[in-house]
Design a protein around this ligand. Structure first.
Ligand code: ADP
Ligand code: ASP
Ligand code: MG
Length: 435
């Protein structure tokens, strides 16, 4: 069997759902597990609902109603008004409303998961119903019956042995009956049957979990780009599509922020040597990118820009050296607050870390260590990672930037920069590549 994943962009409107169906038509009669995300920007809209509900500012219901209406409008383009999908989707929306009818839970992240899951549940109800309507037999599966997690809300940790047993028990018999199995990305369930989410953009990861647990032959993620490019096409012109990438290369890119694939996706696939294809849903015949084990491929420079970074310059209050026991404390605190340390550098009485800037967590970090350390913060920075760098690429990327911190390790270069003046669109100029 194979696993396919369609992201929010692929099902953002009725034409998108029809396009997904036309791709799946080509795989009729093949055993496929299909993972689908929430439609378009639904998850962002649901995050606004959660925030409004938490603040009790009276806007949560109106925001939720607008989202419902967008889904119903899309459904009216695909189905007759009498189709039973309307009732099925309404039932899911009502479950979200129950949460909104209650007063906000003390635990924001718990409440978030119970509301935000609605996006994936409704999108999969709609896509499965549409596939069945056009004669592609499809079983709708609740991913929460398979993906078991702990109760780390918004970042659920997968309980692998349980998830694997569930997948084999639930999914295999459905595939044996014939037809596709279609399920939600991004969501899982705790042992008490509360919903968890796996982290933003987590549907790629869901597909990898199913692939691992069911020993898939391959996994394909269908995107609005021709494949993995050597830089983000929203920031750079003249990007190059990479025909092949090793797992290692893909893990390095995604860890440092290449948004095309969720960073947790690669490991389960690598562990079972399952190839990952990144393909275009706009051009399904094109080969896309294949990610699989190492070969002796050579790569052009690959650039990843991670925005929203902060440098924390941490120094001891009493001029004592920053020793290992200090670092142990700093890292324990960072882990506790789920602060991601992307780079670090130590000096005699200071220690500098580059972190993804989540303001409330960073403020808490600074407060919690203030008995021993003082911290100077620089915000609004970017972390640029270049794999297989050339001097020309580095010089090009440094134009218009102030470099605050840089490091080269073998074929990887990292630099933390700030813009002067802010944001300018540039080409990645790569020696010897097409311009
Ligand atoms: P999905 O709809 O599956 O969630 P995403 O929007 O998360 O898809 O990912 C696809 C987007 O990732 C592309 O539209 C592109 O703008 C962006 N992207 C960032 N870096 C890259 C890269 N190196 N290669 C291809 N796409 C990239
Ligand atoms: N819908 C979720 C999000 O937007 C998960 C995903 O699309 O991968 O983050
Ligand atoms: Mg995504």
């Amino acid at each position: 069997m194979k696993v396919f994943k369609f992201g929010g962009a692929s099902v953002k409107d009725a034409a998108g759902v029809q396009n997904v169906a036309s791709i799946l038509q080509r795989f009729k009669n093949e055993p496929l597990v299909i993972v689908v995300s929430a439609m378009g920007k639904t998850t962002n809209a649901l995050e606004e609902v959660v925030a409004a509900h938490a603040k009790q500012n009276g806007q949560a219901q109106a925001l939720y109603d607008a989202l419902k209406e967008r889904h119903y409008a899309l459904m009216r383009e695909l189905f007759d008004e009498t189709d039973e999908v309307f009732a099925a989707v309404n039932d899911v929306f009502v479950e979200g409303e129950w949460v909104l009818d209650d007063k906000p839970a003390d635990n924001y992240d718990y409440m978030y998961d119970q509301i935000v899951c609605v996006g994936e549940l409704v999108s999969t109800k709609i896509v499965a119903a549409y596939l069945n309507k056009i004669g592609l037999k499809t079983h709708w599966l609740d991913a929460r019956d398979v993906i078991a997690t702990d109760n780390t809300w918004r970042e659920g940790w997968v309980i692998w042995d349980k998830t694997k047993a569930n997948a084999q028990k639930v999914v295999t018999p459905l595939l044996e009956q014939g037809g596709f199995v279609l399920t939600q990305g991004f969501i899982g369930s705790t042992s008490e049957n509360f919903t968890t989410t796996l982290g933003r953009e987590g549907s790629d990861y869901t597909a990898a979990i199913f692939s691992f647990c069911l020993d898939a032959e391959s996994m394909s993620i269908w995107k609005d780009v021709p494949g993995v490019l050597n830089a983000d096409p929203r920031i750079f012109d003249n990007t190059i599509k990479l025909d092949r990438l090793s797992y290692k290369e893909a893990i390095e890119m995604t860890y440092y922020g290449a948004q095309v694939i969720h960073p947790k996706t690669i490991k389960p696939l690598q562990n079972k040597n399952i190839p990952l294809y990144v393909k275009s849903f706009l051009n399904p015949d094109a080969p896309g990118t294949e990610i699989s084990s190492d070969t002796d491929d050579t790569y052009p420079p690959i650039v990843v820009v991670e925005k929203n970074q902060a440098l924390l310059h941490i120094s001891t209050l009493d001029y004592s050296f920053v020793a290992e026991h200090h670092m142990a404390r700093l890292f324990a605190k960072a882990a506790d607050l789920r602060i991601f340390v992307n780079m670090m550098q130590n000096g005699a009485i200071s220690f500098t870390i580059c972190v993804t800037n989540v303001p409330d967590r960073v403020e808490r970090f600074i407060k919690d260590i203030s008995d021993e350390f003082k911290v100077k913060v620089e915000e609004g920075l970017e972390l640029i990672t270049i794999r297989h760098y050339t001097q020309e690429t580095i010089d090009n990327l440094k134009k218009g930037k102030i470099v605050l911190f840089e490091e080269r390790i073998r074929n990887t270069m990292h630099m933390v920069v700030k813009n002067v003046p802010p944001i300018e669109r540039k080409a990645v100029e790569v020696a010897g590549s097409k311009a």
